[in-house]
Structures are given as structure tokens and as C-alpha cells.
Design a protein around this ligand. Structure first.
Ligand SMILES: Cc1cc2nc3c(=O)[nH]c(=O)nc-3n(C[C@H](O)[C@H](O)[C@H](O)COP(=O)(O)OP(=O)(O)OC[C@H]3O[C@@H](n4cnc5c(N)ncnc54)[C@H](O)[C@@H]3O)c2cc1C
Length: 409
């Protein structure tokens, strides 16, 4: 197993359950990504009651709250201890290649021969920053979400946040509240209310079965795997952090950042269409929730009547360009997504775009598996509560593979 985040640990628990000898190699410590790669104010956007892993769950007094980073680290570290995961920390894997009877795994802390390898190295190893970052004029500070910790590290003055998914809307809100005027470049996005009919929207996602939809039942799997994260934040006040909230807080909304020419950022027009599409998709999802609720009479009295939300307000005028050299913008935050890093994987299983070729986590090279990638086996695959079902199925396949290849030996 490579990686001691929650997915690697969930898979480790399933391997132990089947008596399969293994080791979990981790370049840092358990929950390394949450320790090193997140900003100070971040809380999970999934409620505590949804923090559950095979044989382990949140049992504290605040099931409807959202964990802070220290709490997430404690939760995942507690899991590693509870399942006695055989983690070898401070062991960076620098190469995995096929060998006669499995794989040679090279690390900076010893080499290993394994019949099977599970890649649990995460889907968000590197910020995915467009090449046009190179065209940002020098005095403007460029910051990725991995480098960002708090607004105080940014120079005073305007901030351009590029990307309006979970990371972008959360950072835009926090930075605007720090007194720095924020311009938010908005592309395709997923709008969600924090609560719907009196329940957390993620309760609806789970109970209605939407999040459980399997990868082999999804029409356009490639698109589903590329969907941006929903505009959600976990706060004690349970606020909805959509574009209307941001505009009311003073954030200036502009279209997708299309190019930077001669120091000028150029934004796509068509905010109206972009907003209408996100509103439409949200309403369709709410329709799905309502349709499910109608089939569950036992919920009567437990949930409020259906509701619909104000459409995203289109600004009266929106800027289509911004002179980055004028001093109006002093920093740019690239909230443009993340991608995995497989630079150390010496097995030819990546496609032209550097994505792993796999069928529900069963990688093209026999004996090689992956877990924790978007919509790996279900829509919930990258979330904490999504790891359990995927881990059980991946490990079941792996056990079958070990059994079949042992017979042939
Ligand atoms: C900003 C952000 C917010 C998120 N918020 C939520 C949320 O609210 N709720 C939720 O359920 N999910 C959330 N997620 C999604 C998801 O939970 C995380 O991406 C999670 O970290 C994925 O778990 P993982 O175990 O697959 O990967 P990771 O936690 O990234 O673990 C991978 C591990 O592999 C190690 N590793 C990588 N390469 C190597 C190597 N070559 N050798 C050895 N070790 C290696 C890393 O150090 C790391 O510890 C969020 C993700 C991000 C980026």
C-alpha cells in the first residue's frame, strides 16, 4: 500500500481483515495531506456524522458540525491506531516497476518486492495550474491552495481568485472578509445549498442514493470524474456559500479566465448562461431529492416542504478584462483544481493526459490497484465516507487475484 491517508488506511483495514500481509508506505506521517497541504481555516465540508471508515466512525457530541484540520488529523490518526495499521512513515516511494512475480517498489527507506500494490497516494497531490500563470506580470504574487494558509500572507490590495469550486469560493469569502477586494473568475461550477428542507444537503445526497451511484451506471463517466467540487463550506453557522452570498459580501464576479495578454486578464462573457446552467442542475438535483422523499412516507413530519432558491443574480455589468499591471490586483490565487502525481510510477498505465487507466480501481497492469480517485467506483469515492465500500471491493478483487496467481505458482 502506498499512502497513509484515509483511503490507504481503509484498504489496510480490509487487507488485515482478510489476513493479507502488507505494509503501508507513507512519505510523511498518517494524514500527511491534511497536515501539510491545507489552509488554516479549512473545515471539512462533510458533516461529522458522515466521517466514517470501516470499523470506525465519529462518535463525538456534535454530529452536525464540521471538523477543523486538527480534528481531521486526530480522527484519521485515531483510525490508524485503532486498526493497528502497519504504516512505515517517512518512506517516499520513488519507483514502482513490474517484476517477475509482482512489483519492485523502491523508496528512500528501503526497497520492497510485492505481489500486489495499491496506489492510495491521493487525487490531489499537485495544484492544477493553467500555463497562463506564466503570463501574470511579475509584481503580482501567484499563490496555489497548497501555499495559501491565511489572508495575512497576501499583500494588501486586490486579489483575483481563479476558479469557483469549493476551494475558490471558500478562499474568495475569507479573503474578501480580510478587507482585500476580491474578483472571482467563475467557470463551470456546481451550486448547492448547505441545507435543504431542513436537512444538510449531504444527508440528501446520501439518503437519496445519488452519492452511491456506481461508476458503471454513469453514462458519461469521463465527465463525472472531471466534475468540479460543489460550492460548499462547513461552518458552525451552516451558511450557504454560493455566488449570491459572495456577491452580497462584495466579491466581484467575472467570467472564466480565458487568457492573459500584455498583462491584461481576459474573461469569457456569458455569465448569464453559466449561472443559469448551474441553477438548472441544482434544481434538477433537488427534484431528484423530492422524488425520493415522496417514496419515503416515514419521513413525513421529519422534513420541511420542498423549497427552491433564488436564481444566481447576474451582475448588471461584468468586467471582461482586468489590467494586472495597474496595481489593482496584487495577488492571484489559482483555485483551479488538483491532480495526482504519478511521476514515480514506472509501469505504463497512464493515458496521454497522465491519468491512470483503470476499471473501478483495477489498474491495467495485473496486481496493481488504485483507490481514492474521483468516482473510482461510486460518486462518493473521494470523500471520507466513500472509502469503505471501495476499499472492500478493491481488496476483494486483490484477494481473488492473489488466490488465482498462487494456484498457478
Ligand atoms: C482542499 C480539500 C478539501 C477537502 N475536503 C473534504 C471534505 O470536507 N470531506 C471529505 O470527505 N473529503 C474532502 N476532500 C477530499 C478527500 O478527502 C481528500 O482529497 C483526501 O485527502 C483523499 O484521501 P486519500 O487517502 O485518497 O489521499 P491523501 O489524504 O492525499 O493521502 C495520500 C497519501 O499518500 C502519500 N503519498 C503520496 N505520494 C507518495 C509516495 N510517492 N510515497 C509515499 N507516500 C506518498 C501522501 O503523503 C498522503 O499521505 C478534500 C480535499 C481537498 C484537497
Amino acid at each position: 500500500m502506498i499512502g497513509a491517508g484515509h483511503t490507504g488506511l481503509a484498504a489496510s483495514r480490509c487487507l488485515t481483515g482478510r489476513g493479507i500481509d502488507h505494509v503501508v508506505l507513507e512519505r510523511g506521517e498518517v494524514a500527511n495531506s491534511w497536515k501539510r497541504e491545507r489552509w488554516d481555516s479549512l473545515r471539512l465540508l462533510t458533516p461529522n456524522w458522515q466521517s466514517r471508515l470501516p470499523g470506525y466512525r465519529y462518535e463525538g457530541p456534535h454530529p452536525d458540525s464540521f471538523m477543523t484540520m486538527p480534528e481531521v488529523i486526530e480522527f484519521i490518526s485515531g483510525y490508524a491506531a485503532a486498526i493497528a495499521a502497519p504504516v512505515r512513515p517517512h518512506t517516499t516511494v520513488t519507483s514502482v516497476r513490474t517484476a517477475d512475480d509482482g512489483f519492485d517498489v523502491v523508496s528512500d527507506n528501503g526497497d520492497f518486492r510485492a505481489r500486489t500494490v495499491v496506489l492510495a497516494t491521493g487525487a490531489c497531490n499537485v495544484p492544477s495550474i493553467p500555463a497562463l500563470q506564466q503570463a501574470v506580470p511579475a509584481p503580482v504574487m501567484c499563490v496555489s491552495p497548497f501555499e495559501y494558509r491565511h489572508p495575512g500572507q497576501l499583500p494588501p490590495g486586490g486579489v483575483l481568485v481563479v476558479g469557483a469550486s469549493a476551494t475558490g469560493v471558500q478562499l474568495a469569502h475569507e479573503i474578501q472578509q480580510s478587507g482585500r477586494p476580491v474578483t472571482l473568475a467563475v467557470g463551470e461550477h456546481v451550486r448547492l445549498p448547505r441545507t435543504y428542507r431542513g436537512r444538510d444537503v449531504l444527508w440528501w445526497m446520501e439518503k437519496s442514493g445519488v452519492w452511491n451511484q456506481r461508476y458503471d451506471e454513469i453514462d458519461d463517466l469521463t465527465r463525472a470524474r472531471r466534475l468540479p467540487s460543489p460550492q460548499l463550506v462547513g461552518t458552525p453557522e451552516r451558511i450557504t456559500l454560493d455566488l449570491n452570498t459572495l456577491a452580497a459580501a462584495g466579491v466581484t464576479l467575472v467570467g472564466r479566465l480565458a487568457a492573459i495578454r500584455n498583462g491584461r486578464a481576459l474573461f469569457s462573457g456569458g455569465l448569464r448562461n453559466l449561472f443559469a446552467l448551474a441553477d438548472l442542475k441544482m434544481d434538477r438535483l433537488l427534484d431528484t431529492f423530492d422524488a425520493w422523499a415522496a417514496t419515503e412516507p416515514r419521513l413525513n413530519g421529519d422534513i420541511a416542504p420542498p423549497e427552491r432558491f433564488e436564481p444566481t443574480r447576474v451582475p448588471a455589468t461584468s468586467r471582461i478584462d482586468l489590467d494586472l499591471a495597474s496595481g489593482e490586483i496584487r495577488s492571484v490565487i489559482w483555485a483551479t483544481g488538483f491532480r495526482p502525481d504519478y511521476s514515480w510510477l514506472d509501469v505504463p498505465v497512464l493515458d496521454r493526459k497522465g491519468q491512470l487507466r483503470h476499471d473501478g480501481g483495477v489498474v491495467e497492469a495485473p496486481g496493481l490497484y488504485a483507490i481514492g480517485l474521483p468516482v473510482l467506483r461510486r460518486r462518493k469515492s473521494t470523500f471520507i465516507h466513500g472509502a469503505g465500500d471501495d476499499a472492500r471491493e478493491i481488496v476483494e478483487h486483490l484477494a481473488g487475484y492473489l488466490g488465482a496467481t498462487s494456484c498457478r505458482r
